[in-house]
Design a protein around this ligand. Structure first.
Ligand SMILES: Cc1cc2nc3c(=O)[nH]c(=O)nc-3n(C[C@H](O)[C@H](O)[C@H](O)COP(=O)(O)O)c2cc1C
Length: 350
């Protein structure tokens, strides 16, 4: 900050003054300054890098709930997937099963709840895996030892049939018209009534959106709900797309992603992808329950991001992806037509 001000004083301002009377030189100098401004913003990637380095590396010593539950999901999802494949004549998933048992052991040692759905999902996956492979009698001594280890892990784990895996796929025929209407009627609303949003309805919408897909089912999305008008105003002050309607909001969401759920930089884009999928489901879900919404971009300078974390009580390891305005649309609310492109401009059939 200081260096920038200094450079402006000793370099930029004197050149500004010197070129003022020479239009061609001034134009070139202004062009150079514009370019410089864009390049300086690449600095934000360095800030991203720091965040990723701090939060997106799974450390073997980290036994926090967030880390272990993400690792458990990541590992046992391999078993779940294998159990759904039609080719069942090979002994699949030995390494994954061992990895799951290793994390289960650490989970127990760390004292995390054994009723937690992620944990129970892992246990039931191990149970199904054992159930599928044991009757195959495949000639694999190493595989046998894995099954015996699973016996030990499962010894005092109660059956939870409601979380047993896998389950039959149910095709959702006859929903396309309703879905098309939902997609077409969902629009970004920028005129809200003062009627507050019912907390139960909001939670229902979020619960529906939780059915969104995510990498290895990690579900790293986190939703922060704000109801206090002053706090909402302070958060909105940091965002540049709510002019003219932000003051009407009695509910604001911040959609964030827990970066700790991602094992390393290979997954650097995944949090944005999963957050996008979740947010899409959420706005459709809100619409289906009679509520209105508007996504609000989080294209901000790092300093604003830091302030929003502080203002919103959002842990540093959670990456803010976007804000979301939620409410009841004002009577007679208007929305832009926002036509969509012709299909041929979007689709390339190869
Ligand atoms: C990630 C994202 C950020 C957005 N940010 C803003 C915003 O800051 N302010 C705003 O008024 N609309 C915002 N929008 C809404 C878009 O303008 C809107 O989705 C688009 O114009 C299409 O219109 P529709 O949502 O009504 O179909 C955002 C949308 C997305 C997906």
């Amino acid at each position: 900050m200081f260096a920038g001000a200094f450079l402006r004083k000793v370099l930029v301002h004197p050149i500004d003054t010197a070129v003022r009377r020479f239009p061609a030189a001034r134009e070139r100098w202004d062009g150079f300054k514009r370019k410089l401004k864009h390049y300086r913003k690449l600095e934000y990637f360095r800030w991203d890098l720091g965040k990723s380095r701090r939060h997106m590396v799974w450390r073997a010593t980290d036994d926090s709930y967030v880390k272990l539950s993400a690792e458990l999901l990541y590992q046992y999802h391999k078993l779940e997937k294998g159990l759904c494949l039609t080719d069942s004549t090979r002994f699949f998933g030995k390494d994954a099963a061992r990895a799951v048992m290793h994390v289960v052991t650490r989970w127990r040692q760390a004292g995390h709840p054994r009723t937690d759905r992620v944990y129970v999902g892992a246990i039931e996956s191990l149970r199904s895996y054992r159930g599928k492979l044991r009757p195959l009698h495949l000639p694999d001594a190493d595989g046998d030892s894995v099954l015996l280890d699973i016996d030990v892990i499962l010894v005092d784990e109660p059956l939870r049939p409601e979380l047993a895996t896998p389950v039959p796929f149910r095709p959702s025929a006859d929903t396309s018209d309703a879905f098309e209407r939902l997609c077409q009627e969902r629009r970004s609303v920028r005129a809200y009534s003062p009627t507050p949003v019912d907390q139960g309805l909001l939670e229902r919408a979020i619960g529906i959106a939780q059915w969104s897909p995510s990498v290895c089912n990690r579900q790293a999305w986190r939703v922060h709900i704000y109801r206090d008008r002053d706090q909402i105003a302070r958060l909105l002050h940091l965002q540049n797309g709510n002019g003219g309607f932000g003051h009407q909001l009695s509910t604001l969401l911040v959609i964030a992603m827990d970066s700790t759920a991602f094992f390393d930089a290979t997954e650097r884009n995944q949090q944005f992808i999963d957050a996008g999928l979740f947010s899409m489901s959420l706005i459709l879900s809100l619409q289906s329950l009679g509520l209105a919404s508007c996504c609000l971009n989080w294209s901000v300078i790092p300093a604003h991001d830091v302030r929003a974390h502080r203002e919103g009580g959002i842990p540093e390891n959670q990456r803010i992806i976007m804000y979301m305005a939620v409410g009841h649309a004002a009577d007679g609310a208007l929305v832009p037509r926002s036509p969509r492109r012709e299909l041929q401009n979007v689709v390339t059939t190869h």
